[in-house]
Design a protein around this ligand. Sequence first.
Ligand SMILES: Nc1nc2c(ncn2[C@@H]2O[C@H](COP(=O)(O)OP(=O)(O)OP(=O)(O)O)[C@@H](O)[C@H]2O)c(=O)[nH]1
Ligand SMILES: [Mg+2]
Length: 383
Amino acid sequence: MINLSQNNRFMLIGLAPYNQDKEKTLADFEELELLVHTFEGRVYAATVQNASRFDNATFIGKGKAQEVAETILKEKIDIAVINATVKPGQLYTLKKIFERSNPDISVWDRVDLILKIFSKHAQTSEAKLQIRLSHLHHMGPKIYGIGMELSQQGGGIGTRGMGETNTEIMRRHFRDEIRNIHKELKKLSQNRSQQMSQRKRNGLPTISIVGYTNSGKTTLFNTLGKKSNLVKDELFATLDSSVCKFYLPSIGNEVFLSDTIGFIKNLPTELIDSFKSTLMETVNADLLLHVIDVSDPWVNDKIIAVEKILRDLKIETKTRIYVFNKIDAVKDLNKEELVAQYASFHPQFISAKFQQGLNELKVEIQKNKGFNDKMRDKFLSVI
Ligand SMILES: Nc1nc2c(ncn2[C@@H]2O[C@H](COP(=O)(O)OP(=O)(O)OP(=O)(O)O)[C@@H](O)[C@H]2O)c(=O)[nH]1
Ligand SMILES: [Mg+2]
């Protein structure tokens, strides 16, 4: 068992194609480092393997693995993280190599790290169950993989049989647990659906805040809804969805606003699947506010990553407002360029933290045709 303390000494391992520019590789590493900090770990070493393809056995190549093993010994590393989704067999082989330097070494891929952070941050029983489910989906193949490996390594008649039996038992156990979690989640989701349909019966328009993790979604949610949800300079500070009402003067009524989990590049599919029901219900709103950290040098990459996840989730909401946040943190913001580039997304420029541009944002929200139709329908149904 690893001790989840401040003293976790991490080593980051990246893999980059030969032609990838250094800046990009560095930015990927910075994000991984931020994830490690969010986990309360510290980075003591990092290395990048330039390669055009993965090594089948060790992912990073045998030579690189030896080199990493030496660093693990020298820097007393206890967790090595590879910035990719890595096959169970490859992680297992790497662990065997690294164990020579530290018998207690943990070897994680990016999904493992994200899941560990999620586990730490989960508050509600629903989030906890969703994370447990993602863990099982991610761990499952790993355990089968290792089980298979053990049964094949055993070789002898007795050992082989035993390996297979154990794998079968584990598989059954996983299947049962997954089934039970699905059942529990369904119950919770039905409760929420009832709340949602209550809201729909009220006929009020709904707005969802989406965006990359740490872009300032919760800060905006708190500001508009006069709430005080947790805001932190950490990835995945929010894991649960929350809803509040806020008043729009031109409609003369309240609208529902929801804040939910942030997205990240290469969000593991296991996680998307497990969080799908929560995400779908909150994100399928009349209007999406896509919050973007405009002070981030990789702003366009992150917009693309969020749009990709929305597409994967088959989010139908057509109308989106791109809310460029943190304008206070940028010296010479080239608004014109962003306006031209994202003209169809009604770009707005705000500082959620320092309350700038919020009135303009509200005006833009109120222009939304869907809202006015909805309010007119509501009005007609009353008279
Ligand atoms: N300078 C500046 N910082 C901001 C602004 N809005 C938010 N932040 C900071 O950005 C960090 C992340 O803010 P959150 O509101 O937690 O971001 P989030 O998108 O909800 O993040 P997750 O829930 O972790 O995905 C915090 O340190 C905020 O104080 C802003 O307008 N300007
Ligand atoms: Mg948040």
